[in-house]
Ligand binder design. Structure first.
Ligand code: PFF
Length: 444
């Protein structure tokens, strides 16, 4: 295999996959809805204890097998190889995910252009613009969805090093520069102190069982776990990489970016007296009206924020395409282009159906189990496929792969105590914790 990541390329590519709309869009509104800092603390705790445990598990499967997810499980299973290979098919979750994730990146594209000339002055107007766009404007949504997918598929068609790595090496630092520039401006505003307090000074009375479940689901989603992405990226890791420090750096970048973007967003929310707990509309409805209060500079700031979201989104979307592409190449001898064309056909059809599932007059035909197709696919991936992926990884690593092989892999980078702790967590704590979230999410 020549087309491997460099060490820094691996860190940036996995961080690029992790830092995405989950951190920049879901994280702020979930923090707002779940009472602020205590939720942030919970999220951090669960990210480091459960998320990182599964993350190490996926890195081990990828690195030990150097295969696509299906063949990785097959290769490493000692018995029942043909049964275990099905665990790798959770990678289909990533293909379903990319279908609606790129619809949302398309919305962000549209907003990046719109805010250059038009920032709605009040919430009613802003809500009407967003609702009209999502529920009536088929052509713009398809246009921006198509642009997003052309970009993502083009990048992945260039391969791991010249495509995925190169784009991450540019976009991740650019994202950081944009976020730091926005933060530097936010610090000068009065709302910043309130924002920092809201995000960083914990109030434990706000923690409920529900917020624990939400935080674990978010930790899982933002670390791109359970759908084969970390397995495939780790299969392309250069030798002699310090697996432990690289993984910890990635997880730290992931949480820091979430917090920094949250600090910027809540500075505006508090500065202009908006409601922090308003939910999904925070970025698309509320923020544009807050930027409008800054006058001409507001347009530039809004453009910077939506551009940052596009960068974060694209580096995640390309990671979702890689597991299945890699599988088609290795299992069926497809060329990378042929594999991507096959995947694109599915993503395009599913994405357009998702767009139609919000469109007035058509959406009634695209309701499944009482949810729009869009919400249904989101539910399927986040609440069913990802938890199943997480549980299979933990059971596989904890009970199927030889402990010696894991010790050999991680021994040079972990103390004995840390290895034993991780092994205990992945065998018992992580699968039970994930089973609790998924059962609860399904029942509620
Ligand atoms: N981690 C990404 C985010 O926070 O937006 C989402 C994601 C990417 C989930 C890749 C799963 C995945 F395989």
């Amino acid at each position: 295999m020549q087309d491997k990541f460099s060490k820094i390329g691996f860190i940036l590519a996995v961080a690029g996959s992790a830092v995405g709309l989950g951190n920049a869009w879901k994280f702020p509104y979930l923090v707002g809805q779940n009472g602020g800092s205590a939720f942030v603390l919970l999220y951090l705790f669960l990210t480091f204890f459960i998320g990182l445990t599964i993350f190490f598990g996926e890195v081990a499967i990828g690195k030990l097998s150097e295969s696509d997810p299906v063949n990785a499980f097959k290769k490493l299973a000692i018995t029942n190889k043909n049964g275990w290979k099905f665990a790798g098919f959770t990678m289909l979750g990533a293909i379903i995910l990319v279908s609606f994730y790129t619809v949302v990146i398309g919305w962000i594209f549209k907003y990046a252009f719109m805010v250059l000339t038009n920032l709605p002055a009040d919430i009613e107007t802003s809500a009407a613009i967003f609702t009209d766009f999502v529920s009536k404007d088929v052509s713009s949504q398809i246009l921006f969805f198509t642009i997003t997918n052309i970009i993502c598929f083009y990048i992945v068609s260039k391969g791991i090093k010249s495509g995925i790595e190169r784009v991450n090496v540019w976009l991740m630092p650019s994202l950081l520069v944009l976020v730091i520039a926005m933060l530097a401006y936010s610090v000068t505003m009065d709302g910043f102190i309130q924002s920092a307090k809201f995000l960083l000074v914990p109030d434990f009375t706000k923690i409920t069982f529900d917020s624990v479940l939400t935080a674990l689901g978010l930790a899982f989603f933002t670390l791109s776990l359970g759908v084969g992405v970390i397995i495939v990226y780790s299969a392309n890791l250069p030798n002699n990489t310090n697996l432990v420090s690289s993984s910890i750096i990635i997880v730290i970048i992931n949480v820091i970016m979430g917090i920094l973007i949250g600090l910027v967003i809540f500075t505006f929310v508090f500065e202009f007296g908006a409601e922090p707990s308003q939910g999904v509309g925070l970025v698309f409805i509320s923020l544009p009206t807050l930027f409008a209060k800054l006058g001409a500079f507001g347009h530039i700031f809004a453009f910077a924020l939506f551009t940052a979201l596009i960068f974060a989104g694209i580096t995640s979307a390309i990671s979702m395409l890689e597991p299945f592409t890699y599988y088609l190449i290795r299992e069926f001898g497809f060329t990378r282009k042929k594999a991507l064309v096959s995947i694109a056909a599915f993503v395009y059809i599913a994405g357009i159906l998702c767009i139609f599932s919000n469109i007035e007059g058509v959406k009634e035909n695209l309701v499944f189990f009482g949810k729009s197709l869009f919400d249904c696919l989101d539910y399927l991936v986040s609440n069913i496929i990802m938890p199943i992926g997480g549980i299979t990884v933990s059971v596989f690593v904890g009970f199927v792969i030889k402990k010696e092989a894991l010790r050999e892999l991680y021994g040079p980078y972990m103390s004995k105590f840390m290895f034993d702790l991780w092994y205990f967590m992945i065998r018992y704590i992580a699968p039970i914790a994930i089973a609790v979230i998924s059962v609860n999410a399904i029942l509620s």
